[in-house]
Design a protein around this ligand. Structure first.
Ligand code: SAM
Length: 239
């Protein structure tokens, strides 16, 4: 089932405050840790599936500097991409596609991506779309390529808030844009409790990835700590 128009509109509305998340320490750490796990070599084609406002691509540029030759962001929300474009357009290697990432993966030539990252996107998909996601990723990734997929598998924000408060003084903890982000997250939880979004367990994700020909190099719980975190990270390759 493709994304509904309403869901695309939701992400476009969210884009107006989304980068308030950069003030949330666990989110900044999540982006940095995810990009750290990506193996980017010289000449690499790197794609961010569901790139949003471009924070992961921005971190790839900062970490790997001149190594990649192509940096591709795909997102179905034009407004998210507008912000990404403002952030990244000075880098001539950047290409942003306003498309369903499932269609983009389906159209991509096999073995044409060296490194793929997708952070907090997969939970928005129903099982049939996740199947298309893994099949598309398994086909597009080159042998020996690297992928990092992060997604939530449980509701709530308690562990994220706890980690944030541990590092940021209370009087600086909630700038207005971050409060707006928290309100948008309530809509996401509503989607989850109404099964519009369908977060899968880590075991299911591992099994789906392996069925698509990917090897799981490492998994870890994150975004709120390695024990209580609300996200799981899968570091993958294709043998
Ligand atoms: C929570 S945001 C994550 C953005 C970014 N990856 C990050 O970590 O900041 C989810 C993004 O996925 C995009 N998205 C969701 N489903 C998509 C799909 N089927 N195709 C393309 N983009 C999608 C949304 O438009 C939104 O920008």
């Amino acid at each position: 089932m493709a994304q509904s128009r309403f869901q695309i509109l939701f992400w476009s509305a969210y884009s107006r405050v989304y980068d308030g998340l950069l003030k949330l320490r666990p989110y900044a750490d999540l982006v940095a840790d995810s990009v750290d796990r990506l193996d980017v070599t010289e000449g690499a084609v790197v794609v961010d599936l569901g790139c949003g406002t471009g924070n992961c691509l921005n971190a790839v540029v900062a970490k790997y500097k001149g190594l990649p030759t192509e940096l591709i962001g795909v997102d179905s929300s034009p407004q998210m991409l507008k912000t990404a474009s403002r952030k990244l357009s000075s880098d001539r290697r950047i290409q942003l596609f306003n498309a369903s990432l499932l269609d983009w993966l389906g159209d991509r030539s096999p073995d044409s991506v060296d490194a793929a990252i997708s952070v907090n996107v997969l939970y928005t998909m129903q099982p049939s779309d996740r199947e298309r996601f893994w099949a598309g990723l398994g086909a597009a990734l080159k042998r020996g390529g690297s992928a990092v997929v992060v997604t939530t598998d449980r509701p709530g924000i308690g562990p994220v808030a706890k980690e944030h408060f541990a590092e940021v003084p209370l009087w600086r903890a909630f700038p207005p844009r971050l409060v707006a982000v928290l309100l948008m997250n309530m809509v996401i939880w509503m989607f989850e409790s109404n099964s519009v979004y369908d977060p899968a367990s880590l075991e299911t994700l591992v099994s789906e990835a392996e069925s698509a020909g990917l090897s799981v190099v490492e998994t870890q719980r994150c975004y709120g700590g390695s024990v209580d975190g609300v996200d799981v990270m899968l570091v993958l390759t294709r043998d």
